[in-house]
Design a protein around this ligand. Structure first.
Ligand SMILES: Cc1ncc(CN)c(N)n1
Length: 224
């Protein structure tokens, strides 16, 4: 069994929870409160700045030029394609790119990005890919599922978001990460696989926390 198949089987219940989260469901049926989406966009922009750095670290840790090139391309597409979606929503909300960049990260954004970068900087290339894979894979699954809802991709506000994450190009990035992790884990001892599974599980849980944080627009507790 490929390692990605093992991960998929094991983590399906958490993924189901992610897909069923009201934030995701309400994007799908077009009823999500725009203030919640605005909050999410800002936090997600900050998240993606840090997430993109993982690709740079991946390029530095890669063992061959082809893999380096792939990581470089993913860094570019995150900054210039995925984040341009956020900048377009920013225009609708009256948020400039500079305001996005200068916004304050929430505790969940900080915890999630710091965890990923810690694993990416201190672990192996397989550790890094295990940390970033739930981000690419789960969004692709969510995008595909929401795109099956009649009219969802054409929704006047949330349609663009669904189109981005159900797109062929986004799917190719997720598939490349899946294939790379399978390649890197071939013939690896169980102890190492269990360690990778734990990393994957942790960022999968962070994905859930990110939906939850966005739905509740959760920042730091106030001092009062
Ligand atoms: C929190 C989060 N996770 C994943 C993705 C998809 N790159 C995203 N935009 N935001």
């Amino acid at each position: 069994m490929k390692f990605s198949e093992r991960l998929h089987e094991k983590l399906l219940p958490i993924w189901r929870k992610n897909h069923d989260h009201p934030f995701v469901q309400e994007i799908g049926n077009g009823t999500l409160d725009k203030e919640k989406f605005r909050f999410y966009m800002i936090q997600d922009y900050l998240y993606l700045i840090e997430y993109a750095k993982l690709f740079a670290i991946g390029a530095a840790k890669a063992k061959d030029v082809e893999t380096m090139g792939k990581f470089a391309a993913m860094l570019d597409s995150t900054l210039n394609e995925e984040m341009s979606l956020h900048r377009q929503y920013g225009e609708k909300f009256g948020i400039t790119p500079k305001e996005f960049e200068e916004a304050a990260p929430s505790p969940t954004t900080l915890a999630y990005t710091h965890y990923m970068l810690h694993v990416g900087q201190n672990g192996t290339l397989a550790d890094l890919v295990a940390a970033l894979l739930p981000c690419a894979w789960s969004y692709w699954e969510i995008g595909k599922e929401l795109s099956q809802i009649p009219g969802a991709s054409e929704h006047e506000f949330y349609g663009e978001w669904i189109k981005m994450y159900s797109s062929e190009e986004f799917g190719q990035v997720a598939q490349w990460c899946i294939d790379l992790l399978d390649e890197l884990t071939e013939e690896k001892p169980e102890e190492e696989l269990a360690h990778l599974e734990e990393i994957f599980l942790n960022t999968t849980r962070f994905e859930y926390m990110f939906w939850e944080m966005s739905y509740n627009q959760a920042m730091w507790p106030t001092d009062e």
